[in-house]
Design a protein around this ligand. Structure first.
Ligand code: PEP
Ligand code: MG
Length: 890
């Protein structure tokens, strides 16, 4: 492959399929050139060069500069002007562009090629105002991006000049004013002891280096981390000949989407600024005009824009997000890419494009990302026409990213991150956001800005994440030093509650109540399409009838995991019963009657719960896991007053059986102390508990089967699947299966009725995975408990690793992702493969599922989709898992 690809209208070496090599921007520019659209002649330096740039310690690899020089020559010819030629200067922009778009994360320099001599030539040819406007922009961007001079230093000078002249808008600055701005900008350079290289080629070289360098700035690294963007070579660099939206009033620049990125409505949607350069729109400094107004000011260019964008959408078979410039009435296309969109828009666009015949049904299913569905399932405000809601109204900005956000006001990204870490929900309130703010934006529930349009940085980034965002609320005044803002006559202080309605743009005081979303008609249609491609089942992890009902509404085809212990925490009465059981079982060995009483009480609770769950899941399998966690999790912390009180109560209950009250308290305390374990996750839990206390297993099995018999009598179809946790040895499973089968016999005899039931095991201990062939002798089914399997395979504590070192591991590239979120395919995944193969060798019809957190993670679902029969996840993630499973099958 070449290092550099040149393209111009009607001719291009690259194509849209070459994104890995040319980056998204470069590949699509090549495609537009190939299609004959009016793109300024340009060249793209590949991502491979970026990779080599880093290998070479941050310099251009040998030979590349020569390739660049000959590309410049080609562009000069196509453009009809020369770089660095004072008589008729060609200027360049240098822009980043990776294979995956990272809006605003990396750097751009415009108007390269100007110096004190060239600017005079440009002024002569195109006018003084224009030439010095370009020059001041170059000084600002080059200073900021290449030399690391604070952008705010330039901003302050610009502000001072405007102030002195009593001017509000940049466009009203005259040529002389801009000369003054340039003089002051040079002063800024001097103050920090730096200078803009006089030689335009030197400028270009430094700018290219800086853009390659921007691939690894902290903010870019963070953005990739948050968005799980991995496996890229680096960024490409696009060196484009400049066309000028700031040439005169017959020029302008803008951004548009072929459909509305917030709602999906089919209508050209966007904004432009007359007499401006690209960064003015994206940076959100001036609030732009609606793109449809162009029809009046630039009728020819607008007609071309409509035609080009229509054709691009058809050609790319997806909604496009385009950047363009109008120079003296002539339209130039600067970029096109698949537009980032909200969940509602993604759904709308996919369904509409299928109906328009633009994409096939399977393609439509691939167009909605799992996180889009996640957004569709996000809460909305309740009662937006109620007086309480109306009374809380403070102001209305642009509805930049839909949804309801409620949180406490903070004014900096750092504070947002800090508060979020402390468990607070925050709303980030800014005049405008910049790419440095991404960490805080991500930590916030929602984002509110005073400046910027629907395509401003805040809006684009927020939509990408599905975070509610209201922007361009110009009545909002923010005073950073005092950490206050005023809006609609109300002063907001840091920490005040605020509610944002990203769907309407409304900002509301206080904590407005939210409600779960409604499944719309389109969503139902789309989910039907999804299910028509899906090959594996989607079950749910649910512990209560209420959860089961939600999951079933979301399309769950069964319950893959009922964690019985969660039911124990449901009420104070239950937890008291559990504690009595522990006291009897663990603390009063030999006190049989007491243990039996406690167990009988618990069995009642459990049976009722199971009846509820079987009823909710009528006709579908319900997988119930026997007691799993260490017993001390049910007890108050050591040394706590609650523990003292508990010992008192238990001792009183036991009086008469165990002698003196005082000594009973003392004995209980010391026994409870004995329950503590150094490694509770590896201790007395799972089937080990059931083996030590078979009567607990028996009680649970009876509760399950009695419940099944009882509801069956009412005509409900119960399908109990009883599951033994944490099995590593065949004998463990054999032991517990024995207890369960005996309990079943007893129950059926006592009830005079039977139900069909299955017994299976979790695979969550590496030894269990390796010995799956033996385990399958005793199991009708396996369910992979990938939380524990990850913990024990990697040797990473579930409780501590995430706080202590996993983020470090990810940021250093030691591992690619948190293995508790995204299945570690090469390690844990290997064990799953082994277990599937060995299990099925023993029992070909073994039913297989996964019920760890990974069952709801799209990437993990993709991996297991060829191995298991179903995934099981939390009720709200069920639709997401359905989509991920369908996409894995397409
Ligand atoms: C697991 O370990 O993956 C599992 C589902 O069980 P738990 O999370 O309850 O340990
Ligand atoms: Mg587990």
């Amino acid at each position: 492959t070449k290092n550099v690809y040149v393209f111009k209208k009607g001719s291009s070496g690259g194509r849209k399929e070459m994104k890995q090599l040319l980056g998204g921007k470069g590949a699509n520019l090549c495609e537009m050139a190939h299609l004959g659209l009016n793109v300024p002649p340009a060249f793209t330096i590949t991502t491979v060069v970026c990779q080599e740039f880093y290998k070479a310690g941050g310099k251009l690899p040998n030979g590349v500069w020569d390739d660049i020089l000959s590309a410049v020559k080609e562009v000069e010819q196509a453009y009809g002007a020369k770089f660095a030629d004072p008589a008729d200067p060609l200027l360049f922009s240098v822009r980043s562009g990776a294979a995956v778009s990272m809006p605003g994360m990396m750097d751009t320099v415009l108007n390269l090629g100007l110096n004190d001599t060239v600017v005079k030539g440009l002024a002569k040819k195109r006018g003084e105002r224009f030439a010095y406007d370009c020059y001041r922009r170059l000084l600002d961007m080059f200073g900021d991006v290449v030399l690391g001079i604070e952008h705010s230093l330039f901003e302050a000078e610009m502000h001072a000049v405007k102030e002195a002249k009593g001017i509000k808008l940049d466009v009203n600055l005259t040529g002389d004013d801009l000369k003054e701005v340039v003089r002051r900008f040079k002063g800024v350079y001097e103050k920090v002891g730096k200078s803009l290289p006089e030689d335009p080629f030197e400028q270009m070289k430094l700018a290219i280096n800086a853009v390659f360098g921007s691939w690894n700035t902290p903010r870019a690294v963070k953005y990739r981390e948050i968005n799980r963007i991995r496996g890229l070579l680096g960024t490409a660099v696009n060196v484009q000949s400049m066309v000028y939206g700031n040439l005169n009033d017959n020029s302008g620049t803008g951004v548009c989407f072929t459909r509305n990125p917030a709602t999906g409505e089919k209508k050209l949607y966007g904004e432009y600024l007359p007499n401006a350069q690209g960064e003015d729109v994206v940076a959100g400094i001036r609030t732009p005009l609606d793109v449809t107004h162009m029809a009046e000011n630039f009728p020819e260019a607008y007609k071309d824009l409509v035609a080009n964008t229509n054709m691009l959408e058809k050609h790319m078979r997806d909604m496009q997000d385009c950047e363009f410039t109008v120079q003296d009435g002539v339209l130039f296309m600067l970029q096109t890419r698949n537009g980032k969109r909200t969940g509602p828009a993604a759904l709308q666009v996919a369904v509409a494009m299928e109906r328009e015949g633009m994409v096939a049904r399977d393609e439509a299913v691939l167009m909605v990302e799992p996180r889009h569905l996640d957004q569709l399932l996000h809460p909305m405000f309740e009662g937006t026409n109620k007086p309480e809601y109306k009374k809380a109204f403070l102001g209305k900005g642009l509805p930049a990213s839909p949804g309801a956000a409620v949180g406490k006001v903070v004014f900096t990204a750092d504070e947002a991150e800090k508060w979020h870490k402390e468990g607070e929900k925050v709303i980030l309130v800014r005049l405008e956001t910049s790419p440095e703010d991404v960490g805080g934006m991500h930590a916030a529930e929602g984002i509110l800005t005073a400046r910027g349009g629907m395509t401003s940085h805040a809006a684009v980034v927020a939509r990408g994440w599905g975070k509610p965002c209201v922007c361009g609320l110009d009545k909002l005044e923010v005073d950073y030093p005092s950490k206050t803002a005023t809006l609609g006559g109300t002063t907001l202080k840091e920490g005040d509650w605020l509610s944002l309605n990203g769907s309407s743009g409304e900002v509301l005081q206080g904590k407005q109540p939210v409600k779960p979303p409604e499944m719309s008609g389109e969503l139902a249609v789309f989910m039907e399409w999804v299910d028509s491609f899906r090959k594996i089942g989607v079950f749910t992890n649910a512990d209560t009838p209420a959860d089961a009902i939600v999951a079933r509404k979301n399309g769950a085809q069964g319950i893959g995991l009922v964690r019985t212990e969660h039911m124990f925490f449901a009420t104070a009465e239950r937890i008291a019963a559990v504690r009595r059981m522990i006291a009897a079982e663990e603390l009063l060995e030999g006190e049989g009657s007491s243990a039996a009483d406690a167990l009988a009480a618990l069995k009642e609770f459990q049976r009722e719960d199971f009846e509820g769950i079987f009823t909710a899941m009528d006709g579908l399998p319900v997988t119930i896991r026997l007691l799993d966690p260490p017993l001390h999790e049910f007890l108050p912390h050591e040394g706590s007053p609650e523990l003292d009180a508990l010992c008192e109560t238990l001792a009183t209950e036991m009086q008469g059986r165990s002698g003196q009250h005082m000594s009973a308290v003392r004995i209980l305390k010391s026994k409870i102390h004995g329950l503590q374990e150094a490694n509770p996750m590896l201790g007395l839990r799972g089937c080990r508990l059931g083996i030590r206390h078979p009567d607990i297993t028996e009680m649970q099995a009876k509760a399950i089967l009695e419940a099944a018999v009882n509801v069956s009598a009412k005509g409900i179809k119960a399908h109990p699947h009883i599951m033994v946790p944490l099995v590593g040895f065949e004998e463990e499973l054999a032991n517990q299966v024995g207890v369960i089968r005996k309990a079943a016999e007893d129950t059926f005899k006592a009830k005079g009725a039977t139900v069909e039931y299955k017994v299976g095991t979790m695979i969550e201990v590496p030894r269990g995975a390796l010995r799956a062939g033996d385990l399958a002798k005793h199991a009708d089914f396996f369910s992979f408990g990938t939380n524990d399997l990850t913990q024990m395979t990697c040797g990473f504590s579930r409780d501590d690793a995430e706080a202590k070192f996993l983020p470090l591991y990810v940021s250093q590239g030691i591992i690619q992702a948190d293995p508790f979120e995204e299945l570690d395919v090469t390690g844990v995944g290997e064990l799953i493969k082994i277990a599937v193969q060995r299990g099925r060798e023993t029992r070909p019809n073994l039913h297989l599922g996964i019920c760890g957190e990974h069952g709801g993670d799209p990437k993990s679902i993709e991996f297991v989709s060829t191995l298991v029969d179903y995934v099981s996840c939390s009720p709200l993630r069920v639709p997401i898992a359905r989509l991920a499973a369908a996409q894995a099958a397409i």
